[in-house]
Design a protein around this ligand. Sequence first.
Ligand code: NAD
Length: 363
Amino acid sequence: MSVFEHINGDGYEQIVFCSDDQSGLRAIIAIHSTALGPALGGTRFYPYDREEDALVDVLRLAKGMTYKAAAAGLDLGGGKAVIIGDPRRIKTEELLRAYGRFVETLGGRYITAEDVGTALEDMDIVRRESRWVTGCSHTYGGSGDPSPVTAHGVLNGIKACLLEVFGSPELAGRTVALQGVGKVGYALCGYLVNEGATVTIGDIDVDNMARAVKDHGVETVPLEDIHKVECDVFAPCALGGGINDDTISEFNCKIIAGAANNQLAREEHGEKLRDLGILYAPDFVINAGGLINVEDELRGYDRDRAMARVEGIYKQMQHIFTLAKETGLSTAKAAELHAQERIRKISRIRLVRTAEFGPSATN
Ligand code: NAD
């Protein structure tokens, strides 16, 4: 496979291959764009079958981060890293510190955070070798687990959807089918119930289901039925790809709005939802709370401020709905357009620099 085939045309700035024989580290850091600021994105630790799969994944994820940061109105670019291997087998202090050394060499062009296969305590270790780490634990001045903040953003996104569809953002009396009650889904479930919504849940993990039932008194349905529940809002908070050829005709909701990344299996599913009269909250807009939270860490973390900033997702969603109506695009496409426009406009402003008058200027 030609590496340049993957990066040409899509505007990737830099791909760094990191190797450390002693610790067994094999990692790829992809910087898609620094047009709006340093490229921030998590480190995924995953046992990819082939190096090619790791490269394709990191490129896709890095580009997604550019869009997420741009749409959220942040001064951040997009990047991502993958460490190849099974974290349960090869994750060691030595390997994480070797990885941290590579992050440090990029001088802040790339800032990392946790992702699938990495956790808060791993970021604390990476931080011992690099300043360019977010999502560390509170002990190290970090922002801790981002999930409740992400859930708060999703809650606000859902309210914007309710306003759009029903003319009121109120949750009281509304019905929500929640797929996945893990870190984000559980927190969201609590927020929804507190605001008077009737919530039904489905999850593959019986312990997670039991916890949500015990703490929030919600109803459950079998896993395979959760997306078919008749409700106002279907909230996917498990894995990506849940909106696909098999499920698209089975939804029985007015709104799809949840935390999961990459919810649409294919781009055209966004258009299909619009044609079915289902309002879709673009995933990278509604789930940006976690990113806003770690970005706040760069300023000296303040939880209340982070929560307040995340409420801006409400307005961002409204802007996207307006754009979708004006352009005739699906909300998914309108969100991409919104992100692209912001990158174009703000990166142009950033090219304007103060003129430098050195000795040569007078010659
Ligand atoms: P998590 O692993 O804590 O929770 C996921 C839950 O989904 C688990 O309870 C799991 O058992 C369940 N699940 C897995 N497969 C399922 C299936 N087929 N059907 C129903 N349930 C299933 O993860 P999380 O941190 O809560 O993240 C949830 C989603 O939100 C992921 O897609 C993640 O990428 C995305 N996201 C999370 C954050 C964050 O702050 N944690 C931020 C942005 C996006």
